[in-house]
Design a protein around this ligand. Structure first.
Ligand code: C2E
Ligand code: MG
Ligand code: MG
Ligand code: MG
Length: 287
């Protein structure tokens, strides 16, 4: 009887797995068509420099509005895009789209604004990322200093030696490089020193309990000090409250990003937001 029950349990489990796999396969084929059907877009989340109280740039975040599945979250479709290899095409599109949008903002007068684009492990491991970036910058007319790539610790640490070479080639183009979700991965401080990074983004995990959890306060203030002593620009992600903002400002964090400043916006909303709430952003400071 136990055997029968075991088999029954197994059967239920395997049906559930089949169900899950089928759903993933359907989602994957829908994602394959999404680019051609214009279902992908980028939302832009502003980053606020605390000392100047200006928006310095925006992070481009992928959005998928599917006619069949509705709004699919990046947490769902990006892993799928990575597993299927679609992320190469999608990533190249996102880079180009972000640069084209930035070009329009520059043309509207916000010429100092920068854009940050997230990069996946597959894109980095191919090794031709520097060529793709160089080509995209040339074709869209964006100066290298106005582009930043964001890479998570796990992306870089997948192959630290080879990826460091690729990142150095990217840096030589003149773009900025951020380590994303810092504190959640395994990068050793030795690697952090050897990588050609310009920016460190503290993961929102540490930010969310600031002013309630003294451990997170200690970790956050230590990351700020450490990052700055390595000459990195330190950005806090997922800042949702005034108290978090104030803590970060008091501890000398360079920039904040999160719902407290703004959620991710459409290009039109983003331009309007910057002009209305942070006038003076994106323009050269009067001397
Ligand atoms: P990420 O790069 O760490 O992006 C930050 C995420 O935090 C975004 O989620 C953003 O919407 C969210 N966020 C921002 N402020 C707040 C806040 O105050 N509170 C909370 N709770 N969340 C906040 P999103 O847009 O869902 O993106 C999730 C992840 O998907 C990104 O994490 C990034 O790893 C990945 N992703 C997004 N776009 C791209 C892309 O174009 N290429 C690649 N490779 N990955 C992308
Ligand atoms: Mg990011
Ligand atoms: Mg992040
Ligand atoms: Mg994250």
């Amino acid at each position: 009887q136990a055997k029968a029950m075991g088999r029954h349990t197994y059967k239920v489990y395997s049906e559930t797995m089949d169900e899950k796999n089928r759903h993933r396969a359907i989602l994957a084929s829908a994602l394959r068509r999404a680019l051609d059907r214009n279902e992908l877009s980028l939302a832009y989340q502003p980053r606020l420099a605390l000392a100047q109280n200006r928006i310095t740039g925006v992070e481009a975040l992928l959005r998928w509005q599917s006619p069949e599945f509705g709004e699919v979250s990046p947490g769902q479709f990006i892993p799928l895009a990575e597993e299927t290899g679609l992320i190469l095409e999608i990533g190249a599109w996102a880079l180009r789209e972000a640069c084209l949008t930035l070009k329009q903002w520059h043309a509207s007068g916000l010429e100092q604004l920068t854009v940050s684009v997230n990069v996946s492990a597959n894109q980095l491991q191919r090794g031709d990322l520097p060529e793709l970036v160089a080509r995209t910058l040339a074709e869209t007319g964006i100066a290298p200093a106005r582009l930043e790539l964001e890479l998570t610790e796990s992306v870089i640490m997948a192959d630290p030696e080879q990826n460091a070479d690729t990142l150095r080639a990217c840096r030589r183009l003149g773009i900025s490089l951020a380590i994303d979700d810092f504190g959640t991965g395994y990068s050793s401080l030795a690697y952090l020193k050897r990588l050609p990074l310009t920016t460190l983004k503290i993961d929102q995990e540490f930010i969310s309990d600031l002013t309630h959890d003294s451990d997170d306060e200690a970790i956050t203030s230590t990351i700020i000090t450490m990052g700055q002593s390595l000459a990195l620009r330190v950005v806090a992600e997922g800042v949702e409250t005034y108290d978090q903002y104030e803590f970060l400002r008091n501890h000398g964090c360079d920039e904040v990003q999160g719902h407290w400043v703004s959620q991710a916006l459409t290009p039109e909303q983003c331009l309007r937001f910057i002009r209305e709430y942070y006038p003076g952003s994106g323009v050269r400071a009067a001397s």
